[in-house]
Design a protein around this ligand. Sequence first.
Ligand SMILES: *Cc1c(COP(=O)(O)O)cnc(C)c1O
Length: 502
Amino acid sequence: MLYNSTQNAAEVVSSAQAIAQGISKDGGLFVPQEFPKYDENTFKALLKSDYKGRAKKVFSDFLTDFTNEEIDDCVEKAYTSEKFGSENPAPLAFCNVDGKTLNILELWHGPTCAFKDMALQILPHLLTKSLKKTYDGKVAVILVATSGDTGKAALEGFKDVDNTKIIVFYPVDGVSPMQKHQMNTQEGNNVRVCAIKGNFDDAQTGVKKIFTTADVSNKLAENDMLFSSANSINWGRLLPQIVYYISAYCDMVNSGKIKLGDKINVVVPTGNFGNILASYYASLMGLPINKFICASNSNNVLTDFIKTGVYDKNRQFYTTISPSMDILVSSNLERLLYKLSGNSDTATKGWMTSLKSTGKYEVSDDVKAVIKEKFYGGYCDDTQTKATINKLFEKDNYLCDTHTAVAVNVYEQYVRETGDDTPSVIASTASPYKFSKSVLQAVAPDVKLPDTEFDMVDMLNEITDKEVPAPLSDLKNKAVRFSEVTEVDNMKNYVLGALEIE
Ligand SMILES: *Cc1c(COP(=O)(O)O)cnc(C)c1O
């Protein structure tokens, strides 16, 4: 299977190349030229398989330049029960509210307690094998812009991985104290972490710019290095996310919630549009998905886009209690638009160019029509988010984080508006303990908050009796290693300095 750039169909690469490079030279994103099709028999086989087996099947159908041994090795190393707490790294939980069951796909049982682990525990293995195939002997420099969770998950995935170095930028006031502490205490000899004076979009734009600046890449090349990306623009990030939608569907069938062939809806708390795009890609392979419900917080640029076909990032940016979704430029939307425009690189390039120059674009009527038919966009604010956390806890003793609560809230809006009772899978993207302060305020509004993050964790634990994930409780005793804050304009120099190639 080959991949091409969303902005230049003539740029065709292997999957190893797509993963090693991260982003295409023309600034476009790599997409598979076709999607494997799964029929009833394929699904019947997948039903009998465990998560690793399902992952191996999906990976081998997309990464045709990898041997089966290579894929087995990646999957076996990534999804261990030591790292994810059980044999199924992405289990379903069932929460009953007002006589209805919410099917909650818990994607946060990995080492950093957010769904990013599902991809970032395997990406380093995919990347080192891709490098061997394409750029043997070179060191991959992973640049990451993070709204909190990607950074830690990438650091944890790449720490001390041979032939890689990783540099993470995060918005200084845009991540939770727990997220900041997770990153600033990161261990490993090949890691660097730096805060920037700006928001996530500034960090992401800064990283993209460094990626595409010729004198920087030349400097790297002279030193046997090359840039790669662990952001969800990397194909190696998206592919592992397809697996858990297929696996969740199989688990829904196996648990008797649906029959094989029945349609489901998926509900995804969305920021950069990676997670929801993976579910769309799964549907292109034959997974029967009725609606894609795209949930946003007050940064509701996607809600408006799905309703109107106009993407307009010229609006106020809100810092919310679901910080991993505080995003105004959803990078992976580009991949959806490419597909919906009939793989038109010129149309996609046009929209992305317009986004860059004016902060805005409007898609064609054809694309609008498909989006309207398949997608539903909704949003909720912080007050509604907390009310939703409170409700699930009060009604069924289920504790969810702020991002998941946004998804649940928007799903309820969808059901109220449409009456659609198709069984729905709601992606739960983080442990509630990653956002203890907000979750605590939600379940115990009258309690006096303690001063430190870790005391909040303890208090939340006392009130709810839900287990604190070990990776978070262990952080208390770790020393801070990184405390630098830099200007956005200085990101390039920071990178060159960190790599010692100024
Ligand atoms: C990254 C993240 C999201 C957003 O996912 P996208 O793939 O960027 O849309 C939602 N919730 C949490 C907890 C996250 O870490």
